[in-house]
Ligand binder design. Sequence first.
Ligand SMILES: Nc1nc2c(ncn2[C@@H]2O[C@H](COP(=O)(O)OP(=O)(O)OP(=O)(O)O)[C@@H](O)[C@H]2O)c(=O)[nH]1
Ligand SMILES: [Mg+2]
Length: 215
Amino acid sequence: MSDFAIRQAVFTTSAGLGSAYPATAPSGVEIAMVGKSNVGKSSLINSLCNNYKLARTSASPGKTRLINFFLINQDFYLVDLPGYGFAKAPKGERENWGKLMEDYLSAGRLTHIFMLLDIRHEPTQEDRQMFQYIVYYNIPFTLIATKADKLSRSKRVQAANAAAKLLGAPPAAIPYSAENAQGRDEVLARMGAIRDDHVALRTTIQPQEILEEIQ
Ligand SMILES: Nc1nc2c(ncn2[C@@H]2O[C@H](COP(=O)(O)OP(=O)(O)OP(=O)(O)O)[C@@H](O)[C@H]2O)c(=O)[nH]1
Ligand SMILES: [Mg+2]
């Protein structure tokens, strides 16, 4: 297992439509949680950070309405986004969701997406649209199948991978449970790798080398 650990997680700010985002984190790394409402995005952040008061969660969908930034190890951001597919939401609110997401996704600060799927359910049409967006814009992603505790141990890996396949992705998703922290080590290791890789990319290309290449 990797030696990456979350030593500190601090809520920084919430951003709504038209409000400013915080300055990018020192490492430039920003990992955002996307997925349908109620899939467990806020719970995943809490479980990873071992702090159940960090992000607000709720049994009823539509809890997270703003973009919430959490600074990890004073180094990179985890970002909690509002979920989609909340059928009961009024039309105006769904339009707001679209604008909020479009603004954020086009801001160019996001470096990786954790896309969450409920391990028990087939991906929805909206999940597939979201995934197509991710692929179209070439955003690096990791698939996480949430609520793994709802299935028997023997079925989890297969169900997680099947959900990924139905999405149209390579058939690999990390089964995760915010109830019993199954998958936590794997997601933390992934986070450490994302963090390091990004730094490597940023530090190996020096402006001088770019200039030499152009000449
Ligand atoms: N059994 C189980 N329940 C979970 C798990 N993760 C989340 N939940 C429950 O699912 C519900 C929704 O969780 P949230 O984390 O608020 O979901 P969300 O994706 O942030 O939802 P929105 O903010 O509405 O988009 C809550 O009742 C959580 O307790 C899990 O791994 N296992
Ligand atoms: Mg939430």
